[in-house]
Ligand binder design. Structure first.
Ligand code: IPE
Ligand code: IPE
Ligand code: MG
Length: 246
């Protein structure tokens, strides 16, 4: 059934010029909740469900990588109750996802500085990493938690400095540096989508988005669905990508 679904969906959308890697800034959860007279945390819970649906859809249409922004290095500025609720949702989601990863053939990876997260969350992340390591080449979802593009670049620069200190004298090239980023080994996202109406990157994938096509939509993340992915891919396919050439 799953295989049949994948091929039918994949055929419908077409594989020509399909982005291999899509990045999404999952924004608008709070406003979605406010519009319904609900606490902001209800928006985050709805947003987690949306992630589940969108990831499954991306996998079914033949996208290879999906990178989502779940919690930024700046999001610690929010009230502690909201931060705790988001972390609680991540724990709940991960616990459930771990059980299903192998069955669904979904690799899960984390981007960001996870060293400051709770013991429980770090334990779950280690567990997912263990499963991911022995899963074959399948669809991969990268979840950005305590992630900032600047922080990622600084962590990579520190790792490079360590190498130099250790006496390794490899030349610093763009490729050598990129291999030290959280996204090491993963192609840059061809398409970056921001729902929620804001038109900025908010510190998401600063290095990797150098030539990404950007699509902004007013749809709030919990309302985002398959049709929005289809529309973003259609818009992406209209773009002429020149990479500085003619
Ligand atoms: C995105 O939704 C989720 C996180 C940043 C954790 P927001 O919580 O930013 O929702 P809005 O932008 O306030 O509506
Ligand atoms: C970006 O959304 C971060 C995530 C979606 C995790 P924000 O809501 O934090 O971004 P700003 O504050 O509008 O720039
Ligand atoms: Mg927001």
């Amino acid at each position: 059934m799953a295989l049949f679904q994948k091929s039918r969906k994949a055929e419908e959308i077409g594989q020509a010029d399909l982005p291999r890697h899509i990045g999404i800034i999952m924004d608008g959860n709070g406003r979605w909740a406010k519009k319904r007279g609900l606490p902001r945390t209800a928006g985050h819970a709805a947003g987690a469900e949306t992630f589940r649906r969108v990831a499954t859809y991306c996998k079914n249409i033949g996208v290879e990588y999906l990178t989502v922004y779940a919690f930024s290095t700046e999001n610690w500025k929010r009230p502690p109750e909201e931060v705790a609720a988001i972390m609680g949702l991540l724990e709940k989601y991960l616990g459930e996802a771990i059980e299903k990863m192998e069955r669904d053939g979904i690799r899960l990876k984390f981007f960001g500085d996870t060293s400051v997260l709770s013991d429980q969350l770090r334990g779950l992340i280690r567990e997912t990493d263990g499963i991911t390591a022995h899963l074959g080449k399948t669809f991969q979802a990268n979840v950005c938690v305590n992630y900032g593009g600047r922080d990622e670049i600084v962590r990579a620069a520190r790792a490079w400095a360590e190498r130099v200190r250790a006496g390794e004298d490899e030349a610093l090239t763009e490729d050598a540096f990129a291999a030290l980023l959280d996204s090491s080994g993963i192609p840059d996202p061809e398409l970056l989508i921001r729902p929620g109406g804001e038109k900025r990157l908010s510190n998401f994938l600063l290095w990797q988005s150098a030539y990404s096509e950007l699509v902004f939509t007013d749809t709030l993340w919990p309302d985002f669905g398959e049709a929005d992915i289809d529309a973003a891919i259609a818009e992406y396919r209209q773009r002429q990508r020149r990479f500085g050439g003619l």
